[in-house]
Structure formats: structure tokens, C-alpha cells
Design a protein around this ligand. Sequence first.
Ligand code: SF4
Length: 194
Amino acid sequence: MNLKVKEIFYSLQGEGGRQGEASIFIRLSGCNLKCDFCDTDFSGGETMELTQILSVIRQYPCRWIIWTGGEPALQLTEEVIVFFEREGYSQAIESNGHYLLSNLLNYTVISPKGNPDYAKKINPSVDEVRLPVKKGDAIPGFGRLPKAKYYFLSPVFTDDILVTKENIDYCVEQVKQMPGWRLSLQIHKLINIE
Ligand code: SF4
């Protein structure tokens, strides 16, 4: 079995319900969407056997994998999840929610893009819903979203610090008005780590 991998790196989870935990990020190539605010390069990459990936991640003392992308669910089969589970890894995924996520995963995060109604139909229940939000974006009601342990608003960070600040202020106000939400800042961008 092999996967097309854009990059593998070891860092801290910068956002959401596992924020601050050491994690091995495996970024898989490709995505089914083209969001205008996308800040991730998921093109190209290298085709790697699972055993090759394992030998790369074995160098780290951590046993948490975060499958990210692009859209990792395009490639992440249950055979792959079972392979790494047998090697002692817990596995999280960061997905746009367009594909059914395996219940073999240990932590599931959906960031619905655009109209979120599709996400609930495909994945009725996940661990975390995290919405990227720009100033003025409509925040969907909880009834339109998958059932989740955590609901996070994640202000979109831009190169313009004033715009970023406006996005943060907007999210703070939304959380105050709808307390079921929490604020998630992308601390990896604030402290300049991967
Ligand atoms: S779903 Fe995520 S990775 Fe894919 S284009 Fe949108 S922001 Fe980028």
C-alpha cells in the first residue's frame, strides 16, 4: 500500500480541541475543493509505501498522527488506519467533511467549507467542528452541523495584521453571542512553528 504524501513534520497541534499536543503531521496530496482563502500547498508530493512512512515517523517520540491535507480522506482507507494502529499510533484527521470518516480514527475534525449542510449528512457525528471565519461570515446554527464534542470558530489569519485582528474581533463577538462556540486561534502561526 502507498500514499501520495506532500510532507511529514513533527510539531504541536496549533488549534482546536487538541491544541498544544505534540503530533506528527502527515500531509497527503490533493484536495477536492479550491477555497479562495486556502493557505496550504497540497500539490505534487511523493508516493510512499506505508513502511517508508513508518520509518520516517518512528524517529519521533510521539504516537499521535494527524492526517491532514489537502483532503486526507481522499486517500485514507481503513487498511491504512489499521496499519498505523497496529504500530501503536493514535490517529486524528482534519477534513473538509465531504467524505465519510472512518470510526477507527481516534479524533475527527471537520472544517466545513462554504454551505455546511453537506457535512452533517455525510458525517452526522464527529469530535470537533472547526469553522474558518472571516469578518462578516454567517455562522450556521448548531442544528445544521454534525453533532460534536467541540465547536470552534477559527479566525482566518492573513498577511494583513489589521484584517486578521478584525477577523479575531468578529469571532470573539460571535462566541459571546452564541456561547456554544469556542475561539480557536492558530497558535502555530502566532509563535512561528510549522
Ligand atoms: S478544503 Fe482545505 S485544503 Fe482544500 S482547498 Fe479548501 S482550505 Fe484548502
